[in-house]
Structure formats: structure tokens, C-alpha cells
Design a protein around this ligand. Structure first.
Ligand SMILES: *[C@@H]1O[C@H](CO)[C@@H](O)[C@H](O)[C@H]1NC(C)=O
Ligand SMILES: *[C@@H]1O[C@H](CO)[C@@H](O)[C@H](O)[C@H]1NC(C)=O
Ligand SMILES: *[C@@H]1O[C@H](CO)[C@@H](O)[C@H](O)[C@H]1NC(C)=O
Ligand SMILES: *[C@@H]1O[C@H](CO)[C@@H](O)[C@H](O)[C@H]1NC(C)=O
Ligand SMILES: *[C@@H]1O[C@H](CO)[C@@H](O)[C@H](O)[C@H]1NC(C)=O
Length: 374
């Protein structure tokens, strides 16, 4: 229920190295392959190559021990403490990369809609069903839809290794995963978002539009393409950020909430307007503006609110799209079947769907014999 809550590379690399004088140990594991080339020692700094096939690794980011000096730090939940200790960390080594996802930076304008789906390593079944349904890579109405899952790492020891291996296997078969070596937790979703935007600026800067969302939503991507094609400016070069609009809300201050944001994280009692993170559409232009602004805004653990903050800083705002139902669908009567495909045919996105329902619904709404009187 996320809806209820309220560069250039070299330069960036150099800045990051300057900004983290504490960092000395380099990640020393071997890369699993797939265009990934992780440095094994710190004796040389690898430079980006023209074809983007290099992957840099970042020095391991150190805990900010002075965070513990904040007022009442000791009374905060461990997850918030953890967030504050690592809030400054924005760069992590890539484990799985897809530099050619958009055909290279130059050709990336040929991708009309890039589906960017946050998915933690455990969610294998969700990824499988998405690949067969709304997130299938395809040509629709003459334009290309491409898919990317964003992942971090979870667990530790053998289980972490196993899950990384699983993603590696999936990558071999589908080439649709970006994975970084940071812990894939709820309060790290903003980090995941920013890592993606940084990657996008490098590898897919000219994609026209993006659907940014979760792996448990039902998205009618056919309708999305048609909606985007119908816009006056349908080449992605103008501002667009639309979805389930949330306004006039602020941080939840009760520590029991999943969305707890204490004053130590954010002083202000209000959030700027934003779109529920279950799924929203944005233009390539807006994605790059958000990335640019993000570099001067401290991370906030709530990813969708953070996007709103970046927009506000750019003097832009989100808009509401009536077809995005991240709070669920309104069914006029209890006697009606809430999974009647006719309710789903014309929407853009609904939160949240179990895998089997997703598969079934995608097929039902494409049934040429489906008759809807609505
Ligand atoms: C953000 O965009 C502005 C204006 O184009 C530019 O001057 C600035 O260098 C950019 N900042 C970053 C961090 O990319
Ligand atoms: C990319 O460039 C590097 C170094 O310039 C080269 O070793 C590598 O084979 C190239 N990769 C591709 C896919 O062209
Ligand atoms: C904050 O924490 C650091 C490390 O624990 C400590 O050395 C320092 O004296 C503390 N006080 C302030 C005001 O930074
Ligand atoms: C570490 O935390 C302190 C206290 O919140 C903050 O003032 C400081 O800017 C932080 N340092 C970094 C590198 O983020
Ligand atoms: C985010 O990921 C980093 C790197 O794995 C980890 O150190 C940190 O604890 C995570 N933060 C949260 C809030 O989970």
C-alpha cells in the first residue's frame, strides 16, 4: 500500500572518490559475467570505454558513525538507524548490467516505453509471470517496449550466493536484470531508484517514456503505449510525470508504521505532491531532470515521495491519471465479480495482483470474444 503514504560518469566517479576519504577497501569478489568487469584490486582505476562495456566498482561505503550523535538516535528503530548510518552512500558495485538494453545510448530513442520494475531477488515467480504478460518485450502499435528489473541483494552467506546465482541464471535466459550489491530493503528503495537513473543517463538517455513501478501491479502496457502516443508531445522530450497523485500529506511520525519517518530523517511536516510508487509514467526528459536534482537532495527512505521532492526542486509537478489505480479499483457493487476483465480493460495500472491472477487477467483482456457492456 505504497499509495497511502504520504552526470557525467567520470566526473561523478572522481567526485565520489573525493567525497569518501574513508573508503579504502574495494569489493573483492569476482564478477559473475554479463558485461560485468569488477575490479579485483585497487591498483588501477578502470576508465569507462567508449562502448560502455566496462563496469566500475565503487569503494565500499563506510558507516557514518556520527549519525549516532543525533538527538534520541538510540530510541529509533534499527531500520531507521541503519538508514541514517548509510544515507550518504549512493554508489554500489554492479553485479548484473545490461549496457545494450536500449541498443546503446545513441539508439535508445528507439525504445518507446521502458518498463522499470523494482523486484527483490526473492520474487522469482513475479518476474516470471511479468515476462509472460504485461512486461513482455514487444512491438506494440509500431513502437518498442523493453523491460528491466531492478534488484539489490538479500540475505547473507549461502542464501545470498544462491539468490545471486538465481538472478544470474535468469539474466542468461532473459537479459532483463540490473543488480547492484546493496541490501534490497524497503528503506533502500530510493537508493535503487537513484542507481537506476544514473544507469539510465549512461545507457538509455533517449528512451521516450518509462513506467516505473513494482512487481506486484497489473499494468495494461498496451493502453499505456496508446495513451502516450496520443499525447501532444509524444517523443519524451517534454515534462511528463503522471499516476496516482497524492497531495497534502506529510511524514508518518508513529514508529509502528511501515512508512515511519522521524524528524531525525526529515524535519518538515509536509511532503510535496507525488505519485504513488506502485506505478507511474514519466518521460525520458523528466527522468533525467529528476536524476540531476537528486544529486543535491539527501536521500529520503520513501522512494515515491523522494521523486516528488526532486520534481519540486526542478519546479515541476506530478499530475493525476485517472487510469492509475494504485489504491485498488472501485467496483460499484459487491455482487459484481471484482476480477471481471471488463473492469481492467481500460485502466492503465492496478495495485496489487497475485501472479496467477496476473496471468489469467492478461489473457482475459486480450480475448477477442470478450464482451463488455460497461
Ligand atoms: C544539472 O543540470 C544543470 C543545468 O543543466 C547543470 O548545470 C548541472 O551541472 C547538472 N548537475 C548535475 C549534477 O548533473
Ligand atoms: C568494448 O571495449 C573494450 C575495450 O575498449 C573491449 O575490450 C571490448 O571487447 C569491447 N566490447 C564490445 C562488446 O565491443
Ligand atoms: C559524534 O560522534 C563521533 C563519533 O562517534 C565523536 O567522535 C564525536 O565527538 C561526536 N560529537 C560530535 C558533536 O560530533
Ligand atoms: C553524518 O551524520 C551527521 C549527523 O547527522 C551529519 O551531520 C553528517 O553530514 C553525516 N556525514 C555524511 C558523510 O553524510
Ligand atoms: C542499504 O544498503 C546498504 C548496503 O548494503 C546497507 O549497508 C544499508 O544498511 C541498507 N540500508 C537500509 C536502510 O536497509
Amino acid at each position: 500500500m505504497r499509495n497511502i503514504r504520504a552526470k557525467t560518469l567520470l566526473l561523478a566517479g572522481a567526485l565520489a572518490l573525493l567525497a569518501f576519504p574513508l573508503c579504502k577497501n574495494f569489493i573483492d569478489h569476482k564478477a559473475p559475467g554479463f558485461h560485468v568487469d569488477v575490479r579485483e584490486d585497487d591498483s588501477q582505476i578502470r576508465q569507462p570505454t567508449k562502448n560502455n562495456s566496462y563496469v566500475y566498482s565503487w569503494p565500499r561505503c563506510q558507516q557514518n558513525v556520527s549519525a549516532a550523535n543525533m538527538t534520541d538516535f538510540s530510541s529509533l528503530p534499527v531500520t531507521i538507524k541503519d538508514f541514517l548510518y548509510y544515507r550518504h552512500c549512493r554508489h554500489f558495485p554492479m553485479l548484473l548490467d545490461l549496457p545494450d538494453k536500449c541498443g546503446g545510448a545513441d539508439k535508445s530513442a528507439e525504445v518507446f516505453l521502458l518498463l522499470v520494475i523494482k523486484s527483490s531477488p526473492h520474487n522469482y515467480d513475479r518476474r516470471e509471470v511479468l515476462r509472460k504478460t504485461w512486461a513482455e518485450e514487444r512491438l506494440h502499435n509500431g513502437v518498442w517496449i523493453r523491460r528491466i528489473f531492478l534488484s539489490g541483494t538479500t540475505d547473507s552467506g549461502f542464501e545470498k550466493k544462491r539468490l545471486n546465482k538465481l538472478l544470474e541464471l535468469e539474466q542468461r535466459e532473459y537479459s532483463d536484470i540490473l543488480q547492484w550489491d546493496f541490501s534490497d530493503t524497503f528503506y533502500n528503495l530510493t537508493l535503487k531508484q537513484i542507481l537506476f537513473l544514473e544507469w539510465m543517463e549512461r545507457n538509455c538517455p533517449n528512451v521516450r517514456f518509462l513506467l516505473n513501478g513494482d512487481d506486484d501491479v497489473f499494468a495494461n502496457t498496451d493502453n499505456m503505449v496508446e495513451y502516450l502516443q496520443g499525447l501532444k508531445d509524444n517523443d519524451g522530450s517534454k515534462h511528463l510525470f503522471t499516476g496516482h497523485l497524492i497531495q497534502y500529506v506529510g511524514p508518518i511520525r508513529s514508529s509502528g508504521s511501515k512508512y515511519f519517518v522521524p524528524v531525525q530523517v526529515q524535519k518538515s511536516d509536509s511532503y510535496p505532491p507525488y505519485c504513488g510508487g506502485g506505478g507511474f509514467l514519466l518521460s525520458g526528459y523528466t527522468a533525467l531532470v529528476i536524476y540531476n536534482k537528486s544529486q543535491s537532495i539527501d536521500l529520503l527512505p520513501i522512494d515515491d515521495v523522494y521523486m516528488g521532492m526532486c520534481l519540486a526542486k526542478a519546479g515541476l509537478g506530478p499530475t493525476s491519471h485517472i487510469g492509475v489505480k494504485t489504491a485498488g479499483l472501485y467496483i460499484p457493487s459487491k455482487r459484481l465479480d471484482e476480477y471481471d476483465p471488463c473492469f481492467y480493460k481500460d485502466i492503465l495500472l492496478v495495485h496489487r495482483f497475485l501472479s496467477a491472477r496476473m496471468y489469467f487477467m492478461w489473457h482475459r483482456i486480450h480475448d477477442p470474444n470478450l464482451k463488455c457492456s460497461l
